[in-house]
Design a binder for this molecule. Structure first.
Ligand SMILES: Cc1cc2nc3c(=O)[nH]c(=O)nc-3n(C[C@H](O)[C@H](O)[C@H](O)COP(=O)(O)OP(=O)(O)OC[C@H]3O[C@@H](n4cnc5c(N)ncnc54)[C@H](O)[C@@H]3O)c2cc1C
Length: 465
């Protein structure tokens, strides 16, 4: 029996697992998928919001303000790409200017540093591609962009290095309680027991809460995106004025140098994965209102993420009806920005004794693309597989894929999210077959068994005998 079992390997679950390993406690994490980072944590805008948007007094406001302050050091310790870019929220008419003033006031109450409203011309000096219709902007210098995949993988790796056990392909389908122990069961009959269960199941959080004795209703809101190639279009997230359905569509650089427009906000069933055809026009209309000269010919792909929304309009963080259950659910945006703050606060709430041998650091996979000529030569001399380029768009080598598999990649998307193989201009057109072959070879499976992301998402068809 473990002291803690966390359900869900998104950024929140992995961060809580890592934070608990600071203490004298045994920690397990069960995840339905074959890898971490397959839910909202793997499909979002990647912004560390400065914290002016959430309503003062909410859990969102508290954790966002603190999370944003902690993020730079957190990302540095975990070797995760993070860039403090600042952000602009723009107004194109007097009503939108009034909403910027409201956000500025909220930001002051939430304790966010450095906020100011600047003129349209001042904003265009920062972002030359801003629309001529922009009359004013709320400038938030502490906003940042982060690579959300790398963050989640880093948290998993560091939690594992400090002793947490990750159990995959374990979708919790039932839970039973006896004395001070909760037993979680998967469909295949496996069972994991723990003194305390922490529900971090994202969009599955409502279902899991009900299994654990709580009555929680979550709804699901999809955000659709159009992703563009690595061209410099904006240097920081540019938001339109917020709407009743959230922060609205933005134009935003990623931590890796691409940029995107999105997300939409569409109420959906939990299993929604596709982009609606009408989303293309909706996103273009919203983006064209705030920027000009958008290079639509540089679009390389689309993607969708689904937010888990609690009916309270706030995060649900706290003990369940069963005192040995802790829910951390309804973690919609700005949940990513809150990761360090939520994890620290949840772990501290158990009043555990600290370990002296916790190691907070983790290093990312050594990348050929990050090196100068001398560095590349040295890498190839250390391992000749660094000389075998697999993904030409993103310069990913066979040595890096081998290391990604060693660190837990089990699917083509697991390799893609760790290394960007298949995330470039050709979207895997050239490299996917090689990725499949290397992945299957390192896992000791047949290439026809290679899966895109979930179990059963096969890419190749088996030849009929
Ligand atoms: C479109 C969109 C844009 C966003 N943009 C931002 C942003 O820019 N900045 C920001 O701060 N936040 C943003 N967010 C919010 C952020 O992505 C989330 O708050 C965060 O990723 C939530 O992480 P999580 O770990 O709670 O959930 P998830 O990442 O969804 O993880 C939950 C995990 O639980 C697993 N699971 C579910 N049911 C079970 C079960 N029964 N048994 C076992 N495992 C189970 C799932 O497989 C999944 O891996 C955005 C979200 C979306 C969808």
């Amino acid at each position: 029996m473990y002291d803690f079992c966390i359900i869900g390997g998104g950024a929140i679950g992995c961060a809580i697992a890592r934070e608990l390993t600071r203490y004298k406690a045994s920690v397990a994490l069960v995840e339905a998928a074959p890898d971490v980072c397959t839910g909202s944590s793997g499909a979002n805008s990647g912004i560390v919001h400065s914290g002016y948007d959430p309503k003062p007094g909410t859990a969102m406001a508290k954790y966002n303000a603190l999370g944003s302050r902690l993020f730079r050091a957190y990302a540095a310790t975990l070797d995760v790409p993070y860039k403090q870019t600042g952000s602009l929220t723009v107004a194109t008419d007097p009503t939108e200017l009034a909403s910027l003033e409201l956000l500025l006031e909220r930001g002051r109450v939430n304790g966010i540093d450095g906020l100011s409203i600047i003129s349209g011309d001042e904003a265009r000096k920062l972002e030359p591609n801003l629309s001529d219709r922009v009359t004013a902007a709320l400038y938030a210098p502490t906003a940042a962009v982060v690579n959300p995949f790398e963050l989640t993988f880093a948290l998993r790796e560091n939690a594992e290095a400090n002793g947490a056990e990750f159990i995959f392909d374990f979708r919790v389908v039932s839970a039973g309680r006896e004395d001070d122990c909760t037993t979680l069961r998967a469909a295949d009959g496996r069972a994991v027991s723990a003194k305390t269960v922490i529900n971090c199941a994202g969009n599955g959080g409502g279902e899991v809460a009900r299994m654990l004795g709580d009555i929680v209703r979550l709804s699901h809101r999809a955000g659709e995106y159009r992703m563009f190639d690595k061209v410099h279009f904006v240097g920081r997230p540019v938001f339109g004025a917020p709407t009743s359905r959230g922060k609205g569509v933005l134009v935003c650089p990623t931590a890796d140098g691409n940029f995107f427009i999105g997300p939409t906000a569409v109420d959906v069933r939990r299993s929604f994965v596709g982009i609606r055809s009408e989303a293309f026009g909706e996103l273009a209309a919203a983006a064209n209102k705030i920027v000009k000269n958008l290079p639509y010919d540089k679009q390389i792909t689309t993607f969708v993420g689904v937010r888990a929304m609690a009916d309270t309009g706030d995060f649900m963080i706290g003990k369940g009806r069963n005192p040995n259950v802790y829910n951390v659910i309804g973690i919609c945006s700005p949940g990513l920005s809150c990761v360090p703050a939520i994890a620290i606060s949840v772990a501290r709430s158990f009043n555990l004794e600290k370990r002296t041998d916790f190691n907070p650091s983790r290093h990312r996979i050594k990348r050929l693309c990050d090196q100068d000529a001398a560095g590349r030569k040295a890498l190839i001399e250390s391992d000749s597989d660094y000389g075998k380029i697999v993904c030409r768009c993103e310069l990913v080598t066979e040595a890096e894929i081998t290391e990604a598999v060693r660190r837990g990649a089990r699917t083509v998307d697991g390799v893609k999210k760790r290394l960007r193989a298949g995330m470039g201009r050709c979207q895997g057109g050239f490299c996917m077959s090689s990725v499949i072959n290397i992945l299957s070879d390192r896992l000791g499976t047949d290439a026809t068994e290679a899966e895109k992301d979930k179990r059963g998402s096969y890419i190749l068809a088996k030849e009929e005998q």
